[in-house]
Ligand binder design. Sequence first.
Ligand SMILES: *Cc1c(COP(=O)(O)O)cnc(C)c1O
Length: 368
Amino acid sequence: MTLPQNPYLLLTPGPLSTSKRVKAAMQQDWCTWDKEYNDFVQEIRARLVRLATAHHEAYTSVLLQGSGTYCVEAVIGSVIPKTGKLAVLANGAYGQRIAQIARILAIEVIVLDAGETEPVRAEQLEALLAEEPSITHVAFVHGETTTGMLNPIADIAKTVNKHGKVLIVDAMSTFGGIEMDIHELGIDFLISSCNKCLQGVPGFGFILARTEQLEICKGYARSLSLDLVDQWETMEKSNGKWRFTSPTHVVHAFYEALLELEEEGGIKQRQLRYEENQRVLVEGMKRLGFQTLLPTALHSPIITSFYYPDSLQFSFEQFYDRMKQQGFVLYPGKITAASTFRIGNIGDVHLADIHRLIKAIESERFWL
Ligand SMILES: *Cc1c(COP(=O)(O)O)cnc(C)c1O
């Protein structure tokens, strides 16, 4: 059986373009309590921990049904006790979403808002933690997909560790695409999803947790289906069984995606590919007259925001449609202060694709 060709390449922050091999893995039906299936789950969990740290004995992973936000909500709702207080460092929609989750769950929260075009800063956190010793947990977004900003994870982590607070990182758009060691950084909970840099299809996310910290959270959960500790205990005790129906096809696709990552040479190699994609993208776009929202030093190698061209003839809708006809799906902007659009370069996307994209844009500049 041959798979249909995709009509376009997704240049979005997820779901993203996946390989044929990943899609092909979804062609079989699986039973959720079959040992063979549960072995796959356990292998995925172990591989995730190994990707996250060289000190795997102190860490564990939990898979959870739903999109990335479900995992963020599961962590915020399951690891902060009733008496806890959360500080959120925000500089975009995803940071603000963490704070919104906390408010809905009636968790006390303080937001340090850096605005949309500045990185979150360790000095500001330092001042806040000195002023508000009752803060117990700190959360922030590593790669703020709103703009493509990469926040200074090492500086923030150092400050949180120094004050002995629990650190929660939304690394949704960076884990698997940027090398990091969660033990060295002192991260207690890291959240990511299977449809971003690990290049699986959407359907579940995962949490990497310092086991000792996760264990003490038993009974904290404010939700049944998003109870992180209960999900983890079930996976541990039943050797890879999920509490409720698991996305079996997606899990298989993800397993293939992890093998693919290994064959690519691991996270470091993938990071190099993404960095190269992004560098060539920005160079090409600048040559065509586009300006980036952020200075190079603040860019992640994941997604880039570009200002609309300075022309009354430009319409993003028209640009989007033309690009789609040429086989590329771009992404609208998300910030409030300026008119921007975004181009992602993660997924099964290679340098030749970026070169093709730049050529396509060059041929469609109707606003000139
Ligand atoms: C994608 C993403 C999420 C989760 O979004 P979902 O739509 O729920 O998958 C959270 N944080 C960041 C930084 C993201 O890029």
